[in-house]
Design a protein around this ligand. Structure first.
Ligand code: OFO
Length: 169
């Protein structure tokens, strides 16, 4: 079955969305560096790299389906935040937007009966559940500091050790 052009366009747009997310998190890494919170900076930098990997997952899939990748411009990311809490809340809101984008393509695949693409998107559905959960948990921890610099630094050290407060599920 040939690759539906609407699905191909939606996947191309999603490559752009993932790269936008990557750029947004890289800008957050820069913001946290400027706030002397290197643990948060490293954590967001890692996330920027993950979003880049997500874009490449779709990039490779498009060629597997004999489609074509067409890259688009990336928006200038937001560079300043009022606080660590604002930045993490913005990141969580951003993840929810990405979840909606994935859902949109998933349901488009239903109407086009493109079950191969839908199968590939299962990975993204699961990833979004995990990412929203992770960002929500980090936000709760940032909120618990009440903006106190000492507590925020403790949390920063924790993130620098790669400890997101996640318990094994
Ligand atoms: Fe690409 O997973 Fe976050 O947005």
């Amino acid at each position: 079955m040939s690759f539906d052009s609407k699905i191909e366009a939606a996947l191309n747009a999603q490559i752009n969305n993932e790269l936008n997310a990557s750029y947004t998190y890289l800008a957050m890494a820069a913001y946290f560096e400027s706030e002397d919170l290197p643990g948060f900076a490293a954590w967001f930098r890692g996330h920027a790299a993950e979003e880049n990997d997500h874009a490449m997952k779709i990039f490779d899939f498009i060629y597997k389906r004999d489609g074509n990748v067409e890259l688009n411009g990336i928006e200038k990311p937001k560079a300043k935040y009022g606080s660590a809490k604002d930045a993490v809340a913005y990141a969580l809101a951003h993840e929810k937007i990405v979840t909606g984008q994935i859902h949109e393509i998933f349901s488009m695949c239903n109407s086009q009966k493109d079950f191969g693409t839908q199968n590939m998107l299962h990975w993204f559905l699961e990833e979004q559940v995990e990412e929203e959960d992770l960002f929500r948990r980090i936000l709760a921890q940032v909120e618990a500091t009440g903006g106190n610099k000492w507590y925020l630094t403790q949390l920063d050290n924790q993130l620098e050790r790669g400890d997101t407060g996640e318990t094994a599920k």
